[in-house]
Design a protein. Structure first.
Lengths: 195, 524
């Protein structure tokens, strides 16, 4: 018997006590369960960052977003264009110091490809109150397959530090019901409550 | 001839004079860093506590930058360098391979740390600890970190050189002690980590001078190979300190060298790849890459912590039983030296690190849960439980033995010292749990104003968040009081403390049955 301060003499590669063996087996088994769960859940579960990723020039992405805005703009609020793309289309959301543009108006149950990228530094896409988070990296286009499952007025919090105005960087996503009706009046910034 | 070493009256170890001075210097710098990091911690805490909202945005983000880099890099590494000197030199009865090089490394670390701090405090590096490119800081900010890292790398190489010297000069028999083995694991991880650090900070330094381009996604990948691996240095060093505290406080026994050492090797093998869990919701990598790195590789490192989580408490039990506390199933727990801050730190560190830090870490490190946890307060909630109430708590506990054994001073304000671990770890426990819970409501980390008062749209979090973050703030303040007491005790003991004589120091070691003595350190 010796403490960790003392040098073990001779051969110390000895069989472990039964209690240690049992614990090792339990711990190892549990790690294997965890190890198996992640890929398994990736295939069977519905909660993955499923999307295609590609490199994109930040300026080109900004231009593409601008074109998207001009094509589908339906209104404006607080200086931000409100854009209502048709179901099934490619949707663009650009993060830049310190705003998300445009305001997206999507329809419940329709599938979109949401392209997110940044014009300058890293940003964080955090959809509130759903609490879904993605890292937004300049030079990379994150194209996520999204199907809004509930109508409402959502916010996009920037949750990656992006400079002194980080805390004012808040975006908006409006999801209308299947008929295209608003759950909230347009232009009215209602408070979002936790469901 | 000068006296080049002394014999420790408590442990019988030969303490090399240079090793002792180096350890003292690094420990003092660690405490200075802890003070700076601690003051900024209070400022940030009082800002995030929305009812107080102390700082403006500029100073909030600046203080946050200082806090992160000072605590996670400067405080922790200075202390770990002291641990590396102890485990290679005195613990093996050896001299240090090249003391002058050690002083050069120390100077580099101090100069680097001061340079980086200076840049942040003067507002030239408001980039937070992670400094994700293309957020740009002054070149001297990056240079400071590079100098600090070079210093740390030299100390790490010195550690290996000292192991060679000790082996050649036959200063010990058999294999190196387990604690040295654990420190060696930490040192190997440190070399890997600092390699990644060089691979990212040198290009970033050149980028800040306008000499080259750095891809933001590659920056994140390589930076986290530094950022997360460095936490694994902490874990390996902390676990070594657990074994060390166990030995010093209750004569804790190593159950099986094979199991404990293999667990340390698992840390070395698997942790760098596991850093990928920071990139689970990044655009630059595919699902296969993310899953392989974060499941297979991470869980083998988790296994290592699970093993230590068993062997450390079991070793304490056996140590206690050998000291004569054999009454019933839990007599050894009841008769443990709960008033010895070294021992209570050990227990609190194991419990909070394992149950709060470990469980939160393993859950938010999975691909699916990470989507709802990434960059919310769940992340700092996790790592404050690991690195603060785990690593920092263990290091604080060790300090209560460093003061009598190395500084040869009486621990001042003993009644406060007895309370300190409970205040600190208890406060951090509350802080971490309630911070994690707030994160569950999507409250972002690193955010000055979650009322979004000046944002273009309204957003109001559930009132529950106010309650959770209020409790979090109280826990944080409790921990700050514990941290303040620690700094008061260490500074007072070292600079104004009562010197101990040989006979008194001899009483500090608890490996020899001490009967009813409440605490080893208090006996002096």
């Amino acid at each position: 018997m010796h403490t960790g301060l003392e040098s073990p003499k001779g051969v110390w590669w000895k069989p472990a006590h039964r209690s240690e063996k049992v614990w090792f087996s339990l711990a190892f088994g549990w790690c294997i369960v965890l190890f198996a769960m992640m890929p398994l859940w990736h295939w069977k579960g519905g909660q993955n960052p499923a999307g295609t990723r590609s490199r994109v020039d930040p300026a080109a992405f900004a231009a593409r977003t601008q074109e998207f805005i001009e094509t589908y703009q339906v209104g404006e609020e607080n200086g931000f264009p409100i854009v209502e793309p048709p179901p099934g289309s490619d949707v663009y959301l650009l993060g830049r110091m310190w705003s998300w543009s445009p305001i997206l108006k999507l329809r419940k149950g329709a599938e979109y490809t949401l392209h997110i990228s940044s014009a300058d530094v890293n940003h964080g896409f955090s959809l509130y109150p759903i609490n879904v988070n993605f890292q937004v990296v300049p030079g990379y286009d994150y194209a996520l397959k999204v199907t809004p499952s509930e109508a409402g007025d959502f916010r996009v919090i920037c949750n990656e530090f992006c400079g002194i105005g980080h805390h004012i960087m808040l975006g908006r996503v409006i999801v209308t019901d299947e008929e295209g009706n608003l759950a909230v009046a347009e232009g009215e910034s209602t408070e979002v409550s936790v469901p | 001839m000068n006296v080049l070493h002394r014999i420790c009256p408590a442990t019988g170890l030969k303490i090399d004079r240079q090793a002792e001075l180096l350890m003292k210097s690094h420990a003092v710098m660690a405490t200075v860093a802890l003070l700076v990091g601690g003051i900024t911690a209070i400022l940030i805490l009082l800002t995030r506590w929305q009812a107080v909202h102390l700082l403006g945005p500029v100073w909030y983000y600046r203080a946050l930058t200082v806090h992160g880099i000072t605590m996670l890099i400067f405080f922790i590494l200075f202390f770990e360098m002291a641990v590396l000197y102890f485990t290679s030199g005195p613990l093996l009865n050896s001299r240090i391979a090249a003391p002058r090089l050690g002083w050069l490394a120390f100077a580099l670390m101090v100069v680097g740390a001061v340079m980086t701090e200076w840049m942040i405090w003067t507002g030239k590096a408001d980039v937070l600890m992670t400094s994700y490119v293309p957020l740009r800081a002054h070149p001297l900010y990056y240079l400071g970190i590079i100098l600090f890292a070079v210093g740390a790398l030299i100390v790490t190489l010195q550690f290996f050189a000292t192991l060679v010297v000790a082996r050649r000069e036959r200063t010990y028999e058999g294999s190196v002690p387990l604690i040295t083995f654990g420190a060696a694991a930490a040192a190997v991880i440190a070399v890997i980590t600092l390699g990644h650090g060089a691979a990212i900070y040198i290009p970033t330094f050149l980028w800040s001078l306008g000499l080259m381009e750095v891809d933001p996604q590659i920056y994140r990948m390589v930076w986290w190979a530094l950022g997360h691996s460095s936490q694994q240095i902490n874990v390996a060093a902390m676990v070594s300190v657990w074994y060390l505290l166990g030995a010093l406080t209750v004569g804790s026994v190593v159950l099986n060298e094979k199991i404990s050492r293999t667990a340390f090797v698992l840390y070395v093998l698997f942790i760098s790849m596991a850093s990928a869990h920071h990139l689970l919701v990044d655009p630059g990598f595919g699902p296969a890459w993310k899953i392989v790195n974060t499941s297979y590789f991470m869980y083998m490192a988790v296994l290592a912590s699970m093993l230590h989580g068993f062997t450390v408490p079991a070793g304490v039990e056996l140590g206690q039983r050998l000291r004569g506390f054999t009454h019933g199933l839990f007599g050894w727990v009841r008769r443990a030296p709960w008033g010895d801050p070294g021992f209570s730190s050990l227990v609190l560190s194991v419990v909070v690190f394992g149950f709060v830090g470990g469980i939160t870490g393993v859950t938010i490190g999975t691909e699916q849960i990470n989507i709802i946890a990434h960059n919310t307060l769940r992340v700092p909630g996790h790592f404050h439980a690991t690195v603060v109430s785990g690593t920092a708590m263990a290091f604080m506990g060790l300090t209560y033995y460093l003061i009598p054994l190395i500084f040869r001073k009486k621990v001042a304000f003993w009644p406060l010292a007895k309370m300190q671990p409970y205040l600190f770890a208890g406060g951090m426990l509350i802080f971490s749990v309630f911070m994690s819970l707030s994160g569950g409501f999507a409250v972002p980390r690193r955010h000055w104003d979650i009322t979004f008062a000046s944002a273009p749209f309204g957003l109001e979090f559930s009132p529950t968040v106010d309650l959770l973050m209020g409790v979090m703030a109280l826990g944080g303040l409790l921990a700050a009081v514990g941290g303040g007491i620690y700094i008061l005790i260490t500074v007072w003991s070292v600079f104004f403390g009562v010197p101990l004589d040989e006979r008194e120091i001899a009483h500090v070691d608890a490996r020899y049955p001490a009967g009813t003595r409440e605490s080893a350190a208090s006996a002096v």
